[in-house]
Design a protein around this ligand. Structure first.
Ligand code: UD1
Length: 422
């Protein structure tokens, strides 16, 4: 297994290009199942999660080709051969469940494995099931698989979700595009990735309004057609690299970044004493004077502070002046990076969903282990700011969500290298 060696060495300066959003791409790819005509995505990120979704779609009989070094994904679901998402693929990546809504809508049938346990929490599928049942689907759990049927086709309905789940919103919206009549989805998630999905579905001929608000209205159509769509910028990769100059000092421009994608996060950086400004090409982040100040954070659905940036923000708070309280409200077990940061000299106490971080002057390099995707990059950020060498093992987590991480950080002056495993 590969590892990453980081040596803390002072301020970072330069530019980092931000890729297309992993989480948008993982819902845009299953949208191909809604139509027999081709769907092409541009600005796709080059990540192992995208390869997993490619394998899943291919296992259903879809044609998927990766062009231009993986940045363009051309798909066709003309001749699908299966409506079953196998456990062997779904267990690798929860987002595999996003084939459920499209398969059910187009074929009136889908069999999708439950994702099973996940390192950061239980992550059930009840909200997906409730929404699809409201559209007339009959769903039962057999042998670890959700068996969904809609023999007479799906029918539009008014449905309010108990919680604004991102994945459930995506599955219900995709399913409703081909349902008979109108669906009104209330308490829908408002994430930019959902807005991006709706924009793509609209290019495919879907009739949808209200995306980006908590009520989405979908007028079902008989069929969807082909389209080409550019994947939105990855706001989590953007936020992660915004933290690099915040934690090391210096000034870095994040190419392709937009303030509207990271407003609540940028407000916290600003309160901590880090400057964030919009430029013609993206966002410029600078920290010039001394340590940052501690700020409290509560994770919430968009537009609140994203749970996917909590681990990275904790790394920054480890060296801030003062004490910060980080409250995790989206996932029940998402502080596994804390004991690893403590190994680097951080002062963190975790009680349930709350972590109290008292900043120290300087972290110290140590061998640490990545436990999940965002935790892995938080350890790299901490390593950039630490004295001496930090080796982050199990970097396959990192490969799920960050392309060319070594190249991007080296480009702004970081000392970082990938060590090949035996
Ligand atoms: C998506 C993102 C993930 C991000 C998360 C929250 C993708 C591929 N992944 O995950 O990176 O961290 O949004 O912003 O886009 N829940 C239920 N029942 C359900 C569904 C969810 O109880 O049927 C719970 C989950 O256990 C979790 C919370 O709701 O505690 C949020 O989950 P959800 O918004 O669905 O996240 P995902 O779509 O899985």
């Amino acid at each position: 297994m590969d590892s990453i060696l980081v040596t803390g060495n002072g301020p970072l300066n330069g530019q980092i290009p931000i890729a297309g959003a992993k989480n948008a791409c993982l819902t845009l790819m299953p949208a191909t199942l809604l139509s027999e005509e081709p769907l092409t995505l541009t600005n796709a990120p080059r990540l192992s999660d995208i390869k997993t979704m490619t394998a899943l779609l291919q296992s259903l009989g879809a044609e998927v080709s990766s062009l231009q070094d993986g940045q363009v994904i051309a798909m066709s679901s003309h001749d699908l051969t299966s409506q079953t998402a196998d456990y062997e693929i779904v267990r690798k990546m929860r987002a595999s469940n996003l084939v459920l809504g499209p398969l059910l809508a187009r074929f009136g049938e889908a069999v999708v494995s439950l994702p099973g346990g996940c390192a950061i929490g239980a992550r059930p599928m009840d909200l997906h099931v409730d929404g699809l049942e409201a559209l007339g689907a009959e769903i039962e759990l057999k042998d670890g698989y959700l068996h969904a049927k809609a023999p007479g086709g799906l029918k539009g309905a008014v449905h309010e979700m108990r919680f604004a789940s991102v994945g459930a919103t995506e599955n219900i919206v995709m399913a409703a595009t081909l349902a008979k009549g109108t669906t009104v989805l209330m308490n829908a998630a408002r994430e930019p990735e959902i807005v991006d999905l709706v924009e793509c579905l609209r290019k495919m001929g879907a009739q949808i309004s209200g995306e980006g608000t908590s009520t989405i209205e979908i007028q079902g159509v008989d069929r969807l057609h082909g389209a080409t769509h550019q994947v939105v910028t990855d706001r989590i990769e953007l936020g992660t690299y915004m933290l690099a100059p915040a934690i090391c000092g210096g000034e870095v421009e994040l190419l392709g970044g937009r303030m509207s994608l990271v407003e609540s996060f940028a407000a916290k950086l600003d309160a901590a004493g880090v400057s964030v400004a919009e430029t013609t090409n993206g966002l410029k982040v600078a920290r010039k004077n001394g340590r940052v100040t501690s700020v409290d954070v509560v994770t919430e659905p968009f537009p609140g502070f994203p749970t996917d940036l909590q681990a990275q923000m904790m790394a920054l708070m480890c060296t801030a002046e003062g004490t910060a309280v980080l409250e995790e409200r989206i996932f029940e077990n998402r502080f596994m990076h804390a004991p690893e940061l403590v190994r680097m000299g951080a002062n963190i106490e975790v009680h349930g969903g709350t972590a109290t971080v008292t900043g120290v002057e300087r972290l110290k390099g140590a061998p640490v282990m990545a436990t999940d995707l965002r935790a892995s990059v938080s350890l790299i950020l901490a390593g950039l700011a630490a004295e001496g060498e930090t080796t982050v093992s199990r970097v396959y987590h990192l490969d799920r969500g960050y392309e060319h991480v070594v190249r991007k950080l080296e480009g702004v002056g970081a000392k970082i290298e990938r060590i090949k495993g035996q």
